[in-house]
Structure formats: C-alpha cells, structure tokens
Design a protein around this ligand. Structure first.
Ligand SMILES: CC(C)(COP(=O)(O)OP(=O)(O)OC[C@H]1O[C@@H](n2cnc3c(N)ncnc32)[C@H](O)[C@@H]1OP(=O)(O)O)[C@@H](O)C(=O)NCCC(=O)NCCS
Length: 197
C-alpha cells in the first residue's frame, strides 16, 4: 500500500523546474549562445580562456542545467590544469572551473548553486584534489573558494588577485603551490584534411 501511495505521489508531484545533466555534443551551440548572452563576446579575451582554448574539458566534468523542455539554461565546465609546482618541484594537478553561467531569465532560482555543487561533487568523486577559478569572491565563497591558496600562483595573463580563488577537495593539496597555471587537458583534435589529387 505504501508503495502505491508513493508512486501516486510521484505521479502528481510538480515536475522539477530544472535538472542538472552531463553536457552532450548536441548542447554545444546552445551553450555557446548562452555564454555570449551572459558574458558578452569579450569573454574569449580572458586569461582563463587561454587555458581552455583548444582543449577538451576534464573527463566527465561538463554540465548543463535544462529547463522542463530540455533547453540549456545553465552551464559549467572544469578543465585539467597544473597549478604551479609543489615545494619538491613536482607539478600539481588540479582543475580550473568556468565559465559558470545561467540564463538571465532563470537567475536566482538556485541553478548556479546546483551546477556548482554537481560539478564539485563529481570532481571529488573522480579523485581530483583542488579546483581553481577566476570570479566574484562574494559569490564563490559560499562554495568554499578563497584567495589564500592561490597567493603564490599566477594566471597566464592579466588577472585580479582578489578574484583568483581555490577550493581544496583534498585538504593540503595546494600547500606550497607556486608558479604559473598551465593547461594540461586533452587537446581538441582538428579534423584531418584530405590532400588534393
Ligand atoms: C553568477 C550566476 C552564475 C549565478 O547564477 P544563479 O542561478 O542566479 O545563482 P543562484 O540562484 O544559485 O544564487 C543566487 C544568489 O547568488 C547571488 N549572486 C549572484 N551573482 C553574484 C555575484 N556576482 N556576487 C555575489 N553574489 C552573487 C545572488 O544575489 C543570490 O543571492 P541570495 O541567495 O542571497 O539571494 C549568474 O548570475 C550568471 O550567469 N551571471 C552572469 C555570468 C557570470 O557572472 N558568471 C560568473 C562569473 S564570476
């Protein structure tokens, strides 16, 4: 009886306003349009973009939010990086998060937060040690991002130090991290061109 009641409840429960899903190739055009609207065309000039350009996001770490009709209304991706080197000179593997964006018509409904939590939970599950980003500290502090762990790191281009933030998924992962953040993810492969004649 309890099971019947439960399934009746599920049947009549309101559909969720949005769901968080893994991004698929079919989402790429909608995601790019959303990013242009949310962040403007100049988004491609950012230092973080230098790290992302020509690379594929970290395995399993590209997410979208969809509305009830399945349209993309939010996006976040994470990228493999080396966050400088440790005191013994070894490269520190980590992730760079961004861009995070939510369609303006859907802001303030918790979609940004849901995307962040999904991305960070999955990154931790996959065994990653730390996530870095460049963004508004008053927004990202609620997820545990602070500027203290990036004090001795630099981005490959202009950046504001108070917006350069990190979260350790494994405590102490960024201890002693110093130097330049560089891309370490898989490269986008260009389709090979057939030679004429
Ligand atoms: C930032 C962004 C992703 C937030 O998405 P969202 O779905 O509206 O976020 P949530 O609903 O989970 O959270 C809303 C809360 O975040 C706060 N917030 C949103 N942007 C903020 C910012 N830049 N600084 C501080 N707080 C911010 C809101 O005031 C709101 O606060 P409340 O919960 O106390 O009311 C979205 O506004 C966006 O896409 N902005 C344009 C692109 C952008 O700036 N991306 C981030 C780069 S820094």
């Amino acid at each position: 009886m309890a099971a019947v009641l439960e399934s009746m409840r599920a049947l009549f429960a309101p559909a969720p306003a949005f769901v968080i899903d893994h991004e698929t190739p079919a989402d790429v055009v909608a995601r790019e349009k959303l990013l242009d609207r949310a962040m403007g065309k100049d988004r491609r000039k950012k230092s973080s973009e230098k790290i992302r350009r020509g690379r594929i996001p970290a395995e399993g770490l590209a997410f979208v939010a969809r509305d009830a009709a399945g349209h993309v209304i939010g996006t976040v991706r994470l990228w493999n990086i080396e966050a400088g080197v440790s005191r013994d000179g070894g490269a520190i593997e980590a992730l760079l998060l961004g861009p995070l964006a939510v369609d303006q018509a859907h802001e303030g409904k918790g979609i940004g937060g849901a995307l962040m939590r999904a991305a960070l939970t999955e990154a931790k599950k996959l065994g990653h040690g730390a996530v870095l980003l460049v963004g508004d500290a008053p927004y990202y502090e609620r997820f545990g991002f602070f500027a203290d762990k990036t004090q001795h790191l630099v981005m490959p281009g202009p950046f504001a130090r108070d917006r350069f933030l990190a979260l350790e998924l494994v405590p102490g992962w960024l201890t002693g991290a110093a130097g330049m953040v560089v891309a370490s993810g898989r490269k986008l492969s260009c389709p090979s061109r057939r030679k004429a004649g």
